[in-house]
Design a protein around this ligand. Structure first.
Ligand code: OAD
Length: 230
């Protein structure tokens, strides 16, 4: 029998307990920076060295953090469901926890590309500096979707959502589009579980919504227990 499809939309909150800071908890600053300074094409044009260094530090941090109970619990779901993770996170903690199908809506720290070649992506494990170029001679930059840029994976994520038998949303403020609009693409009958200690969702707008106002580590475990009986 075919497994039912579970789509899991994750945000920064699922990685918070691994020690990675969320975006909107510190007055809109991301590790001390205005988000537009380090996550926009204009920010990069203005100060490429600062932006590259910022992501170099984020990439280095990946080596110091590990997946937490929230990431790990999602792997257990695969025993009974066809699970697709749609993450806004640029870390690699879902992969390292063992999830098998992951769509990165906002790119990945462990990938890079030439500024002029958005679709030729390379693996990236070290630092990127001003003057480092891709094979075609274009300045390298992290493979991150910055504000104002296209979100190429959104169509794939929408297609997954339209087929979802269950939707889980974990640790996101639902403030960034188009990611936040994915909740509107699941069939009306699809149960939605929203796990976030400070959930920001209009509860009256969704018939089948269950809000679990908890951290990912405990909240995800509760939903998994309900869905698979672990
Ligand atoms: P935000 O920082 O906007 O929201 C983080 C959410 O995580 C909040 O709702 C918190 O309540 C919640 N949270 C905090 N600790 C948690 C925990 N232990 N368990 C579960 N939830 C917890 O982050 P995102 O919604 O992911 O884009 O932000 C979306 C996008 O905006 C990011 O992908 C990023 C940013 O600008 C880019 O960098 C392109």
């Amino acid at each position: 029998m075919e497994k039912e499809k579970v789509v899991v939309l994750t945000g920064a909150g699922i990685s918070a307990e691994s020690g990675i800071k969320t975006f909107r908890d510190a007055d809109g600053l991301w590790e001390g920076h205005d988000i537009m300074e380090v996550a926009s094409p204009t920010g990069f044009e203005k100060n490429p060295a600062l932006v590259l260094d910022f992501y170099n530090q984020r990439r280095r941090q990946l080596k110091e953090v590990v997946p937490n109970e929230g990431h790990k619990a999602l792997v257990l779901l695969e025993e009974q469901y066809d699970v697709t993770i749609v993450t806004q996170n640029v870390d690699n903690l879902h992969e390292r926890a063992g999830s098998s199908k992951i769509i990165h809506l906002h790119g990945e720290l462990s990938k890079m590309r030439g500024v002029q070649y958005p679709y030729k992506i390379y693996d990236c494990s070290g630092d990127i500096y001003v003057g480092d170029v891709c094979k075609r001679g274009s300045q390298l930059r992290p493979h991150i979707v910055w504000f104002g840029e296209d979100v190429p994976m959104i169509e794939t994520a929408i297609a997954e959502c339209t087929q979802a038998a269950i939707l889980m949303i974990i640790g996101t403020s639902m403030q960034v589009y188009p990611a936040a609009s994915l909740i509107n693409f699941v069939p009306q009958s699809t149960p939605i579980y929203f796990i976030d200690p400070k959930p920001s969702v209009n509860e009256s707008a969704y018939q089948n919504l269950t809000v679990i106002a908890e951290k990912a580590s405990t909240g995800v475990a509760k939903v998994i227990e309900e869905l698979v009986g672990f």
